[in-house]
Design a binder for this molecule. Structure first.
Ligand SMILES: [Zn+2]
Length: 148
């Protein structure tokens, strides 16, 4: 097709022209170009920079049931919703079984209208020391925590 299909901006929850959008290499989700910096959705930096403001305890329990592998180490999470409230952008605190090692994961969850979580969308990544400084752990769920 010449014009291509409209692409969802996951931040604004609106369809945008393909030539005005891009894919965040970290989350694997599409956004307006305006919301991308160095190939990443700019909200990722905000997630990583700000201290926790909300503990999504029920959501964390749900996430642990959905996932196997690394995400079952989820202990707490905080974040903010997209402009429409349909997507929840989360920084998830992962703890290993012994509780010594802690890692941050970035995850995006699509929400039902009633506020219950629907499904994890895009890629879930955890912080790592080597470029690009994160590792995908979902949907590639078998991978262990980097460094473990
Ligand atoms: Zn947008």
């Amino acid at each position: 097709m010449v014009t291509g299909e409209a692409v969802l901006c996951h931040w604004e929850d609106q369809l945008v022209c393909p030539d005005q959008s891009g894919t965040c290499r970290r989350t694997g989700l599409t956004f307006c170009r305006d919301h991308l910096r160095a190939g990443e959705w700019i909200g990722v930096r905000k997630l990583l920079r700000v201290d926790g403001i909300a503990d999504h305890g029920e959501l964390v329990r749900w996430m642990k049931k959905q996932a196997t592998g690394t995400l079952t180490a989820a202990a707490s999470a905080w974040g903010f919703t997209s402009m429409s409230g349909r997507f929840l952008f989360l920084l998830v605190d992962l703890q290993t079984v012994l509780g010594f090692r802690r890692k941050n994961a970035v995850a995006v969850v699509r929400m039902h209208d009633d506020g219950r979580p629907d499904q994890i969308v895009g890629s879930v990544t955890v912080e790592s020391k080597k470029p690009p400084f994160w590792t995908e752990v979902w949907p590639n769920m078998s991978r262990p925590l980097p460094g473990d």
